[in-house]
Design a protein around this ligand. Sequence first.
Ligand code: ADP
Ligand code: GLC
Length: 486
Amino acid sequence: MKLLHVAAEVFPLVKTGGLADVTGALPPALARAGADVRLLLPGLPPILDALEESRVVLSLGPLFGAGRITLRLGHLPGSAVPAYVIDAPYLYRRGGGPYQDDRGNEWPDNLQRFALLGWAGAHLAAGELDEGWMPDVLHAHDWHAGLACAYARVHPGTAALTVFTVHNLAYQGLFPMTEFDRLGLPVRTRDSSGLEFHGQLSFMKGGLKFAERITTVSPTYAGEIATPEFGFGLDGVIRSRQAVVSGILNGVDPQVWDPARDSALAARYAADRLDGKAACKQALQSEVALAAQPEVPLLCVVSRLTAQKGIDLVLAALPALVQRGVQLLVVGTGDPGLESAVRDAARRHPGRVAARLVYDEALAHRAIAGADAILVPSRFEPCGLTQMYGLRYGTLPLVRRVGGLADTVVDGSDAAVREGRATGFVFDAASPLALERAVERLVALYRQPRAWQAVMRTAMAQDFSWDHAARDYLALYAQALANRVG
Ligand code: ADP
Ligand code: GLC
């Protein structure tokens, strides 16, 4: 089966969050499972400059304001998956991030930048950009690629099955409706049965309305987004397409996340040789200036600092947590308000609370390896990857019961600990008190080293494999294609 995955980010070249981890790991897993899979990416400098053994597939005329556009085909370093990259210097060759400039302002031409990505996806899928390869499935990720499904729907030549994956419904790609004409889509796609969302134009809705199949990154989130609480105004649209919505849990890439082989760590370890983990903790305490106390539970947060992630709950509970005797390290960037609140907390509790307000991949590894537990108290979480990294690193996740967090962590209730099922701690209410209570339970278990270690081993034995996810995607494609014929 030939598959084209369209996305704006890919690990390790361009990454703002878990989306990049997914687009870096899922296509290779699909290839291992026998699929002929290719990526389509925008020519952002880190991607274009890293593309190896590339050749020009096609030169395109002026489109979306860009004069010179070339489609290149090569592969990314260390990856065998072929990648099409759209070289459109006017739209993509610039500093800053994929969606924002260095000061955090959205790029003013994001509509054109991501319309081009979707347009190219649909026309590649129609076999019009590369005569030598035509996919059976056009799989678009998040709003950045959402218009691929709209262009494919209106383009008579596109026979490929369209699949749209929602990684995060909170980011929708909204633009003024006055920009609609720039898209080159027929007027019939303009109203609320198409792209219109409360008077604006929504790329996310383009994916949700026009894809033949919709997936999300965990089964629980697939149900949640059909409710007003988690639907960000799109729950009605999702309910109307309920029959084609499903959730497939993300995986962990063992090439990147494996404590036995992780070169970022002070020492390596595995479930049957945990000494290295103690060395990682010691090294981490020293690196971030937390008191050198091996017996104190060290909690970490590795996260974008946004309202989604419930960092405010941690901050509100912090005095009580410090009183319970835990240490906390926060590694994250994001909201200036949250960043400064985290910085203040570290200042108020020297040696007990540390803040590293940076985006640093190696530090994220050292934090997750060195900590005893990882806090993910999200208000909503489509899948969440850091709790799975925590499980793999024997760093027990303490999470809120939402989305993928609910699907991946088994709460350490007395019964679950006794029965050897527990892998972490789960709480319900989005309140500082509920978080605090969960941390109390964590500390109590930590005081029983044998029980704690048994839970660690269960956690480390969990298998969140991309191969499993890849099989589920392939089954979904096959079933959707078969239903179509029938
Ligand atoms: P989201 O995509 O919502 O941000 P995920 O848990 O799916 O959440 O993925 C987050 C990814 O970003 C993980 O790979 C995590 O390690 C990484 N990450 C988040 N913040 C940082 C940071 N400050 N430094 C390095 N990596 C980070
Ligand atoms: C989004 C979600 C996160 C998920 C990631 C990858 O960024 O916020 O929960 O793990 O996408 O699918």
